[in-house]
Design a protein around this ligand. Structure first.
Ligand code: G1P
Length: 286
């Protein structure tokens, strides 16, 4: 399965991050000083993706504006000789090719992915949820693409979660066939912990075949009255081998205030220019 396109779903209303997400999409909120959406795009590009389709809510174009040239800012930086910052700003626009797909109504994750059908066409593609941010030696998406290519099959990223966290996720059932690899037999969207088939949650990265679009188009509303991607994945797993991969690395949930804070600390401590002073500060308060 060769993957060259990624669909980033940035169409949520971000209700868990209000009031920060009232006027701006939550995907623009930064981790240290970089918008979450840019971190996700960088992960995609590092995994060899060239084309990015961003699913947005009507009018919420800021996430795409971030990847457009800013002539005035560039002129300002150039006139003041700030070459490094100028390069940093220019690079953002040259990273990949971007297309917007609109989700007219918030009818669920599956429905959002379906809006990218025309732009993806008839080829395998990645789905990336920008609430989930990864800190991995090898990009999380790259780990999945390697599995998809080796197995010529769809695959999702998996994370072991505590029982109390289970109701927040799609939870899988499957057979372990390798250290980190599972052949999936089923999945349930946001189950009660006692009804969950395992403690393995799907987290924000998927490699899917184009046939998922036809399944989504026929899909009926599931949990929460929304068209669930998980329901389409259940059908996909019935039709063909489908895998889950326990990725190597750390994941942060940016869609939630505590996850947002831990991401600032995690990535802040990795920044060469900030780490020493930030660590010293943290020691004074903890
Ligand atoms: C979505 C999916 C869920 C998945 C989660 C990962 O849920 O529906 O299956 O486990 O993303 O973050 P949401 O977070 O949009 O409620």
């Amino acid at each position: 399965m060769k993957v060259s396109k990624a669909v980033i779903v940035a169409a949520g209303l971000g209700t868990r991050m209000l009031p920060a997400s009232k006027a701006i999409p939550k995907e623009i909120l930064p981790v240290v000083d970089k918008p979450a959406i840019q971190m996700v795009v960088e992960e995609a590009v590092a995994a060899g993706i060239k084309e990015i389709i961003v699913v947005i809510s009507p009018g919420r174009t800021t996430v795409l504006d971030h990847f457009r040239p800013s002539p005035e800012l560039e002129r300002h930086l150039s006139e003041r000789g700030k070459e490094d910052t100028l390069e940093l700003v220019k690079k953002i626009c040259a990273m990949a090719e971007f297309t917007a797909a609109e989700q007219a109504q918030p009818l669920g994750l599956g429905h959002a992915v379906l809006q990218a059908r025309g732009d993806v066409g008839n080829e395998p593609f990645a789905v990336m949820l920008p609430d989930d941010i990864f800190d991995c030696q090898r990009p999380c998406l790259g780990q999945l693409i390697a599995v998809a290519e080796r197995r010529d099959a769809p695959v999702v990223s998996l994370l072991k979660v505590a029982a109390s966290e289970v109701p927040k996720y799609g939870i899988v059932s499957g057979d372990r066939i390798d250290e980190r690899l599972f052949r999936l037999t089923g999945m349930v969207e946001k189950p009660e912990p006692e009804k969950a088939p395992s403690d393995l949650a799907i987290v924000g990265r998927y490699i899917l075949p184009p046939e998922i679009f036809a399944i989504l188009a026929e899909g009926k509303p599931g949990a929460g009255g929304e068209i669930q991607l998980t329901d389409a994945l259940i059908e996909l797993a019935r039709r063909r081998p489908f895998y889950g991969y326990e990725f190597e690395g750390t994941r942060y949930d940016l869609g939630d205030p505590l996850g947002f804070l831990t991401a600032q600390v995690g990535f802040g401590l990795k920044r060469a220019d900030l780490a020493d002073r930030f660590r010293a500060y943290l020691k004074t308060v903890v």
